[in-house]
Write a protein that binds this ligand. Structure first.
Ligand SMILES: [Zn+2]
Length: 152
């Protein structure tokens, strides 16, 4: 799957998802790609900084693979210090974001599609809603439940 940044002849920029470069060429050829804002079919690619690459692993080439021994190293801070850091992080996020409660998913979409002012928000969303948001390219940070009274 590749993502192209596209632009129509009215200078509207949008993203298009394609199976491959050939798929993109094919869809352009058959006028299947159109601008979501003005329906123009005169669409061209613009250089993109965003890409989903399947080469990340290949580039490492002959890098040593972790031994399949179950001995892999994991870093897992434990104890009160880690918990204090974690609470600090949560506190920072909480105090710098707007609580939108149960309309989190809806609000996140509005921000993503420029229908609402861009700002950090927090709220409740079901795992399904989070998955749907991620599918739409919206970054969602999942905070495990921390009781309010634990935050101070
Ligand atoms: Zn357009």
């Amino acid at each position: 799957m590749i993502i192209y940044d596209l632009c129509c002849d009215n200078d509207h920029k949008f993203e298009g998802w394609f199976r491959s470069a050939n798929d993109f060429d094919d869809q352009i050829e058959r006028h299947l790609v159109c601008c979501p804002q003005c329906d123009s079919h005169k669409v061209h690619r613009i250089p993109s900084a965003v890409a989903i690459s399947s080469h990340a692993n290949e580039e490492r080439g002959n890098a040593t693979k972790p031994a399949n021994s179950g001995n892999s190293t994991a870093l897992m801070p434990v104890g009160t210090q880690a918990m204090a850091l974690y609470r600090q992080l949560v506190q920072t996020i909480v105090s710098n974001s707007e609580d939108v409660g149960n309309s989190f998913a809806e609000e996140a979409r509005k921000i993503h599609y420029n229908e609402a002012p861009e700002r950090p928000i927090r709220g409740q969303a079901t795992p399904d809603e989070c998955d749907a948001l991620r599918d739409e390219g919206i970054q969602v940070l999942h905070l495990p439940a921390v009781k309010e009274e634990d935050l101070n």
